[in-house]
Design a protein around this ligand. Sequence first.
Ligand code: PLP
Length: 365
Amino acid sequence: MIYLDNGATSFHKPPAVARAMARAMARCANPGRGGYGAAMAAAEEVFRCREAAAGLFGCKPEQVVLTCNCTHGLNVAIRTLVEPGDRVVISGFEHNAVTRPLHAMGAKVEVVARRLFDWEEALESFEKALKKKPKAAIFTHVSNVFGYILPVEQMAWLCRQYGVPFIIDGAQSAGALPLSLDGLGAEFIAMPGHKGLLGPQGTGLLLCGRSPQPLLFGGTGSESARQEMPDFLPDRAEAGTLNVPGFAGLAAGLAYLRRVGMENIAFREQMQAKRCVAGLKKLGFTAYGGPCQLGTVSFLPGMDCEEAAAMLAGKGIAVRAGLHCAPLAHESAGTLATGTVRVSFGHDASDGQTNQFLIAAAALH
Ligand code: PLP
């Protein structure tokens, strides 16, 4: 199989990830819940992951809250900054993991930065919205549909200038593009462990620039005599037993990234995205490409998108079709009625993958 659905989750993980998970299952009990060897071994595994994440993402280990996925982290972050009726600014490329929690809490949402691959429009419309003093701003680093890299450094700078707290959704950039909690001054940065960070499903990270409101309440192994959740991190936002094998695997994924270098992964993905867009255009399809694009490409085949993805699956090519849980991004790009077929490269992106995909795609007319 040629796996080109890394936007959903990474599939070909470094072998060290599964090894670390098996090792954790063999030697770890519950972290923070006992002083005996197996409990201490679990605490060490978890801390190793927190420390590696802190080193990669510009914060202290205790600012790294371990979550189930990116959605979990975004919900904690949004619950902390936004109250019902608050005005919030978001980009036109947000995932349902941002828009649904905002909708559920009755936030008033202003959507800006709606033009694909257009930083000037993004920054102009964003600044205009910030002048109205919204309660918070939330923006994705990279669109999961189009691979569009938003100008997050400049957007973060604008937020700091206007005193607007902000959340970054790093779901599609973590593991490929630089992200620093301290450097950007974000309140929160949420990311999955199972995509570009190469950990297993059921893992995610929430980097906390401020103390979050707990989403779950329960045991933490600390301050057990009190009924309030601890007010210190990371315990405040980590109720219940952690996914120790998962975070042991994620630590191995982070170690791999450090060794290979995120900039090298970004380069490989971007090279293949460019080749893919050019190849698709040559075949006569509408393909969405631009100057600020990571490793994800959307295109319109000459037929129904779901049918096209099924045809590609029949030839051993794994891509995704439809709205990709981001109807807002499609609305912004004008593809809401049709959806798109999405090709998303990962850390193992290669010429061979792109060539095989293009050979198969040639039959989609
Ligand atoms: N945000 C973006 C931009 C995404 O692409 C995704 C997943 O595809 C999410 C959030 C949610 O991530 P998770 O599935 O880890 O909750």
